[in-house]
Design a protein around this ligand. Sequence first.
Ligand SMILES: C[S@@+](CC[C@H](N)C(=O)[O-])C[C@H]1O[C@@H](n2cnc3c(N)ncnc32)[C@H](O)[C@@H]1O
Length: 226
Amino acid sequence: MNSKSDQTKILRVYRSKEQAKESYDRISRFYDYFAGVFEKKYRNLALERLCIAEGETVLEMGFGTGHCLKQIAELIGETGEAYGIDISSGMLEVTKKRLEKAGLIDKVELYCGDATEMPFDDDKFDAVFSSFSLELFDTPEIPKVLSGIKRVLKPSGRLGIVSMSKEDGNSILTKLYEWSHEKFPKYVDCRPIYVEQSLKNAGFKIEHKDKVTLFGLPGEIVVAEK
Ligand SMILES: C[S@@+](CC[C@H](N)C(=O)[O-])C[C@H]1O[C@@H](n2cnc3c(N)ncnc32)[C@H](O)[C@@H]1O
């Protein structure tokens, strides 16, 4: 039987970057038919909580098929700038098509790369948004990604995250999910993490938090200031 401290520990992610990229490239064209549908409500709520305003410069990390990036491009209006970074070139192509169709492609710069190595200047963004992506990074990488985000945020810049959560997370369903992550790491790539605590550890000031439930699994929406 696992000890209490084992039960509160978050699981590791052993998949390589190359494997992550290949896997998301492979599913990019079908992604919206499964995962996207289930997560839409919480992506949108998290984006709403970030209160993006006209004229802001905003980055999305792990933009996937680009639904939120399209909304970000609309929210920032004529004078704002939107950027996205994602490791999958397949996802980038899907997003590019979505933005072209919406007539927004000229407002958004898309980067294909690993978000642990942010290719942006210091103090560039008013806000950074990320949905269901932070929980894909291995445990030692989470502080690295957050410190990269902190670096590229302006002083008082905001970070908005929605993610699966390990808080209150020792239900049968969470244990089952974690079991599948350990058993089938190629397919169940993410796992519950401590979002608020990770942001606090990285030096962010927590502004707002919602606890949500995704088909019985706990989730956190957290907005924090640099
Ligand atoms: C679970 S999907 C979520 C997509 C989208 N944010 C949504 O909510 O529908 C995770 C996304 O993160 C991207 N990703 C995974 N590892 C990454 C990394 N190291 N750097 C940047 N993006 C990454 C994947 O390619 C994928 O598009």
